[in-house]
Design a protein around this ligand. Structure first.
Ligand code: THU
Length: 155
Protein backbone atom coordinates (compact mmCIF):
# COMPACT_ATOMS: atom_id res chain seq x y z
CA UNK A 1 0.00 0.00 0.00
CA UNK A 2 1.61 3.26 -1.08
CA UNK A 3 0.94 6.72 -2.50
CA UNK A 4 -2.08 7.19 -0.25
CA UNK A 5 -1.55 9.10 2.94
CA UNK A 6 -3.67 8.23 5.91
CA UNK A 7 -5.55 10.38 8.38
CA UNK A 8 -4.71 10.12 12.08
CA UNK A 9 -7.97 8.24 12.57
CA UNK A 10 -7.05 5.75 9.85
CA UNK A 11 -3.61 5.16 11.39
CA UNK A 12 -5.22 4.58 14.79
CA UNK A 13 -7.65 2.11 13.21
CA UNK A 14 -4.68 0.23 11.73
CA UNK A 15 -2.90 0.25 15.11
CA UNK A 16 -6.04 -1.04 16.85
CA UNK A 17 -6.37 -3.79 14.23
CA UNK A 18 -2.72 -4.74 14.80
CA UNK A 19 -3.41 -4.99 18.55
CA UNK A 20 -5.91 -7.73 17.76
CA UNK A 21 -2.94 -9.83 16.65
CA UNK A 22 -0.93 -9.22 19.82
CA UNK A 23 0.33 -12.13 21.88
CA UNK A 24 -0.19 -10.69 25.36
CA UNK A 25 -1.60 -13.45 27.60
CA UNK A 26 0.50 -12.44 30.62
CA UNK A 27 -0.21 -8.73 30.92
CA UNK A 28 -3.61 -8.81 29.23
CA UNK A 29 -2.52 -5.53 27.61
CA UNK A 30 -2.61 -5.69 23.81
CA UNK A 31 -0.72 -3.00 21.92
CA UNK A 32 -0.73 -2.28 18.20
CA UNK A 33 1.43 0.06 16.18
CA UNK A 34 1.00 1.35 12.63
CA UNK A 35 3.86 3.13 10.88
CA UNK A 36 3.38 5.30 7.82
CA UNK A 37 6.24 5.92 5.40
CA UNK A 38 6.77 9.16 3.49
CA UNK A 39 4.91 7.68 0.49
CA UNK A 40 1.97 6.43 2.57
CA UNK A 41 3.13 2.82 2.81
CA UNK A 42 2.17 1.07 6.06
CA UNK A 43 3.95 -1.38 8.37
CA UNK A 44 2.34 -2.75 11.50
CA UNK A 45 3.30 -4.67 14.62
CA UNK A 46 1.98 -5.78 17.99
CA UNK A 47 3.47 -6.79 21.30
CA UNK A 48 4.63 -10.37 21.71
CA UNK A 49 5.01 -11.68 25.24
CA UNK A 50 6.72 -14.83 26.43
CA UNK A 51 6.38 -17.27 29.35
CA UNK A 52 9.87 -16.02 30.23
CA UNK A 53 8.40 -12.57 30.95
CA UNK A 54 11.52 -10.47 30.31
CA UNK A 55 11.71 -11.65 26.68
CA UNK A 56 8.54 -9.83 25.69
CA UNK A 57 8.78 -7.28 22.90
CA UNK A 58 6.83 -4.09 22.31
CA UNK A 59 4.51 -3.36 19.41
CA UNK A 60 6.64 -0.41 18.27
CA UNK A 61 9.78 -2.55 17.93
CA UNK A 62 7.85 -5.16 15.96
CA UNK A 63 6.45 -2.46 13.67
CA UNK A 64 9.84 -0.78 13.21
CA UNK A 65 11.37 -4.13 12.24
CA UNK A 66 8.58 -4.62 9.72
CA UNK A 67 9.06 -1.04 8.45
CA UNK A 68 12.75 -1.66 7.88
CA UNK A 69 11.87 -4.68 5.75
CA UNK A 70 9.03 -2.94 3.87
CA UNK A 71 10.50 0.47 3.10
CA UNK A 72 13.45 1.33 5.36
CA UNK A 73 13.66 3.11 8.70
CA UNK A 74 14.73 6.33 6.99
CA UNK A 75 11.29 6.59 5.33
CA UNK A 76 9.32 6.48 8.60
CA UNK A 77 7.25 9.65 9.11
CA UNK A 78 4.24 8.89 11.36
CA UNK A 79 3.63 6.30 14.08
CA UNK A 80 0.29 5.48 15.69
CA UNK A 81 0.08 3.41 18.89
CA UNK A 82 -3.00 2.06 20.65
CA UNK A 83 -3.30 -0.34 23.56
CA UNK A 84 -5.69 -1.77 26.09
CA UNK A 85 -7.58 -4.98 26.77
CA UNK A 86 -9.70 -7.02 24.40
CA UNK A 87 -13.26 -6.52 25.65
CA UNK A 88 -16.07 -9.05 25.86
CA UNK A 89 -17.22 -7.94 22.39
CA UNK A 90 -13.77 -8.70 20.95
CA UNK A 91 -12.87 -5.04 20.39
CA UNK A 92 -9.81 -3.31 21.82
CA UNK A 93 -10.98 -1.31 24.85
CA UNK A 94 -9.51 1.15 27.34
CA UNK A 95 -9.61 4.92 27.76
CA UNK A 96 -6.01 5.92 28.48
CA UNK A 97 -3.69 6.97 25.66
CA UNK A 98 -0.64 4.75 25.19
CA UNK A 99 2.58 6.56 24.51
CA UNK A 100 5.69 4.58 23.49
CA UNK A 101 7.80 3.33 26.41
CA UNK A 102 11.28 4.77 26.95
CA UNK A 103 13.06 2.01 25.08
CA UNK A 104 10.75 2.36 22.10
CA UNK A 105 11.31 6.13 22.04
CA UNK A 106 15.02 5.43 21.65
CA UNK A 107 14.32 3.07 18.76
CA UNK A 108 12.04 5.63 17.08
CA UNK A 109 14.74 8.29 17.55
CA UNK A 110 17.15 6.06 15.63
CA UNK A 111 14.74 6.09 12.68
CA UNK A 112 14.40 9.89 12.91
CA UNK A 113 18.19 10.29 13.01
CA UNK A 114 18.52 8.43 9.73
CA UNK A 115 16.37 10.93 7.80
CA UNK A 116 16.87 14.03 9.92
CA UNK A 117 13.09 14.42 9.95
CA UNK A 118 11.10 14.50 13.21
CA UNK A 119 8.57 11.66 13.43
CA UNK A 120 4.95 12.33 14.37
CA UNK A 121 3.56 10.16 17.18
CA UNK A 122 -0.19 9.56 17.44
CA UNK A 123 -0.97 8.04 20.84
CA UNK A 124 -4.43 6.51 21.16
CA UNK A 125 -6.50 4.80 23.81
CA UNK A 126 -7.59 1.22 23.26
CA UNK A 127 -11.10 2.31 22.35
CA UNK A 128 -9.64 4.78 19.82
CA UNK A 129 -11.55 7.63 21.41
CA UNK A 130 -8.68 9.56 22.93
CA UNK A 131 -5.86 10.84 20.77
CA UNK A 132 -2.77 12.85 21.50
CA UNK A 133 -0.42 13.98 18.74
CA UNK A 134 3.20 14.84 19.41
CA UNK A 135 6.63 14.12 17.95
CA UNK A 136 9.57 11.94 18.90
CA UNK A 137 11.75 15.02 19.58
CA UNK A 138 9.18 16.18 22.14
CA UNK A 139 8.91 12.73 23.73
CA UNK A 140 12.67 12.17 23.86
CA UNK A 141 14.56 15.49 24.08
CA UNK A 142 18.37 15.57 24.16
CA UNK A 143 18.45 11.99 22.93
CA UNK A 144 21.52 9.86 22.52
CA UNK A 145 22.19 9.00 18.89
CA UNK A 146 24.83 8.08 16.36
CA UNK A 147 26.40 11.56 16.61
CA UNK A 148 27.26 10.83 20.24
CA UNK A 149 29.57 8.05 19.07
CA UNK A 150 31.85 10.49 17.24
CA UNK A 151 34.46 10.26 19.98
CA UNK A 152 34.54 6.46 19.99
CA UNK A 153 37.79 4.70 19.36
CA UNK A 154 37.07 2.03 16.79
CA UNK A 155 39.43 -0.92 16.74
N1 THU B 1 3.93 -2.36 25.49
C1 THU B 1 4.10 -2.07 24.17
O1 THU B 1 4.00 -2.96 23.31
N2 THU B 1 4.39 -0.79 23.81
C2 THU B 1 4.48 0.25 24.70
O2 THU B 1 4.83 1.36 24.31
C3 THU B 1 4.13 0.04 26.10
C4 THU B 1 4.07 -1.38 26.56
C5 THU B 1 3.60 -3.75 25.88
C6 THU B 1 4.70 -4.49 26.58
C7 THU B 1 3.94 -5.53 27.35
O3 THU B 1 3.73 -6.66 26.50
C8 THU B 1 2.60 -4.87 27.64
O4 THU B 1 2.51 -3.76 26.77
C9 THU B 1 2.45 -4.38 29.08
O5 THU B 1 3.53 -3.58 29.44
Amino acid sequence: MADTHHSAAELVALARAAAQRAHAPYSGFSVGCAIEAEDGSIATGSNMENACYRLGTCAEIAALTSAQQAFGLDKVRRIAVAGGHIGADGALAGTQTVTPCGGCRQAIAEAADLSGVDIEIIAASGDGGTLSQTTIAALLPASFGADNLADAERR
